[in-house]
Design a binder for this molecule. Structure first.
Ligand SMILES: [Zn+2]
Length: 584
């Protein structure tokens, strides 16, 4: 057995997937909400026997390695390494691909840069002022360590000297890692991207440094690059994928079953210091699909504490809709309300540092997103006649897009009460505005076209499914039943099973031996949920076989009718056909 197989065999698929998806037992399988597309009813199945998974909603499927690849967004080799480690297997001969090696190099460069900046901030004279500034602003030593804050000194080549001269990286690698800016196009020279800045390493959820945010020190020339300089998009860093602080705060997010979303690195750190450690930061106001997917692994509730005007900011609303579609509960910290934020702190960072308890309470008292929309609209427009019109105008398109009918009903009622009109009128007006306001692309499930299949193919597939799920392979390949298969694909499957079946082999063995082009659909069949009692299985089996026999007879008859010398055969077939149809 090669090592890939060894790793696959040692990993318990249910346990592994269970770390990302809540699974419940469903017959021989387990099912849960698909991590690859948003859904509210489970269509994601895991089969422990074959060690595979499959989503019947979006079509994603595969084995333990592909699962880790997709969940973590990594290459085959990296996934294999993670699982081998988990299984306690030392990989002997795995040769990483060029791409994996390159990625590894860029990660190493970023990691070393973070170490270097951190050293300068905490241990070196060059970082003294920067550290004093952080401490003065209320950032603690503990946070500096936890988030590995650093300092990039004023100068053009501190980092280049360290990474290129001392650690042997090529300038081009440092450029690709986003650490060095090429000085002239085509020229091999370059200079440090981050100069005289406090450095925030941006880590992915696995704690690997993929980029940096650099904040300029006050008094320094802000024109030279702006208050913040971020790593631009690189092979490692994609702005929309990252949740700042997820690597260090994910266990708290899991245990509190909620994630507070703020907009900046400092906001995130300050919140942690105030005892609200289930916090992550995004760049800008809009959650992306990838971020929603990441968060969903740890929690189903997000609490937004963003600077943006959520009702007016289309990008923010789109992010909220994405999260809702993924089945998440969305709450909002009412930072704009005088009741919650009487001192009018301008951002969560200032709030959490100056009044930690207040911030903590505000997060605890976060309100549902739609309640927030109402309060915010009413605060801005008032409830005079003109105000009511404006409130309605603002909220109706949002209401029209609420997917969950129960939630929608609740808020239609609430809005109607608020505006002093009949629910019916709110609904009418809402239906008029439906469709406006930036449509979101429908999910895969909605896009998927049901392929046209013949009744015969459906029944054949059903029979094979019953057989593989209920140890009826012997019956399936018995001459009488096997003869009834006509559809090219399923006939081949039956043929293949017949060739490999001998009393000793399990369903798993048989599926494993199957021709690769046939195997995929068989694996899917094993994942179908079936809750039949043994006698129900027998009944279903008999009726499937009968239907195939009936179809076979009809096909034969249409070829024989009218042919001379075939009368006796026809009579026999008609007799059998009558038997079959009468018994139904
Ligand atoms: Zn899916």
């Amino acid at each position: 057995m090669d090592q890939v197989e060894e790793v696959k065999n040692k990993i318990d698929v249910v346990q592994l997937v269970g770390e990302y998806v809540k699974l419940t037992k469903a017959g021989r399988n387990y099912k849960g909400l698909c991590p690859f597309h948003g859904e509210k009813t489970p269509s994601f199945m895991v089969n422990p026997e074959l060690s595979i998974y499959k989503c019947f909603g979006c079509g994603e499927g595969g084995d333990v390695i592909s699962f880790i690849q997709k969940m973590e967004g990594i290459e085959f080799g990296e996934a294999l390494k993670i699982l081998a480690k988990r299984a306690g297997i030392t990989l002997k001969s795995y040769v990483p691909t060029k791409r994996e090696e390159e990625r590894e190099t860029l990660l190493r460069a970023n990691g070393l840069a973070a170490d270097y900046f951190h050293f300068l901030l905490t241990k070196h004279d060059l970082g003294r002022d920067a550290k004093k500034y952080l401490l003065d602003r209320g950032i603690t030593e503990e946070s500096i360590t936890r988030y590995k804050l650093g300092f990039a000194p004023e100068g053009w080549d501190y980092l280049i000297k360290f990474l290129a001269d001392k650690k042997g990286f090529k300038l081009l690698e440092l450029e690709r890692a986003g650490l060095v800016v090429p000085s002239v196009k085509g020229n091999s020279g370059g200079y440090d991207r981050f100069r005289n800045r406090i450095m925030f390493p941006l880590c992915n959820h696995r704690g690997q440094v993929v980029g940096f945010a650099g904040r300029v020190l006050p008094g320094a020339d802000e024109k030279a690059g702006g208050k913040y300089v971020n790593t631009s998009e690189t092979e490692l860093y994609h702005k929309g994928d990252l949740l700042y602080g997820l690597d260090v705060n994910k266990s708290e997010i899991k245990s509190k079953n909620s994630a507070v979303i703020v907009e900046g690195e400092i906001d995130s750190i300050a919140s942690f210091q105030a005892g609200v450690g289930n916090v992550v930061a995004i760049k800008g106001s809009a959650l992306t699909a990838r971020q929603v997917e990441l968060l969903k692994r740890y929690t189903d509730t997000i609490i937004l504490a963003l600077d943006a005007d959520l009702a007016g900011d289309m990008a923010a609303r789109r992010g909220i809709e994405l999260a809702e579609k993924a089945g998440m509960i969305i709450k909002v910290v009412e930072a704009g309300s005088l009741k919650t934020n009487p001192k009018k702190y301008k951002d969560p960072g200032e709030w959490a540092i100056k009044d930690g308890e207040g911030w903590k309470n505000a997060v605890e008292e976060a309100v549902g997103i739609y309640d927030f929309y109402i309060t915010s609209a009413v605060e801005r427009h008032g409830l005079e006649a003109v105000g009511k019109t404006k409130v309605g105008k603002e909220l109706l398109p949002i209401w029209a897009r609420i997917e969950d009918e129960i939630v929608k009903g609740h808020y239609v009622k609430k809005l109607a009460g608020m505006l002093g009109v009949a629910e019916e009128d709110v609904r009418k007006q809402m239906n008029k505005t439906a469709g406006s306001g930036g449509a979101i692309k429908p999910g895969l499930t909605e896009d998927k076209l049901e392929q046209k299949r013949s009744r015969r193919e459906v029944v054949e597939e059903y029979a094979v499914g019953l057989a593989v799920r209920n140890n009826k392979l012997e019956e399936l390949v018995s001459p009488f039943v096997a003869e009834l298969f006509r559809d090219g694909f399923w006939a081949k499957v039956v043929e293949d099973i017949k060739g490999n079946l001998d009393g000793e082999r399990t369903v798993k063995d048989i599926v494993g031996m199957m021709k690769p082009e046939l195997r995929g659909r068989i694996e899917e069949l094993t994942l179908i949920e079936e809750e039949l009692l043994p006698d129900e299985v027998e009944k279903e089996w008999k009726s499937a076989v009968d239907e195939l026999e009936e179809a076979t007879i009809r096909e034969k008859l249409s070829g024989l009718l009218g042919l001379p010398g075939k009368e006796e055969e026809v009579t026999k077939l008609v007799f059998r056909l009558n038997e079959l149809t009468r018994s139904r």
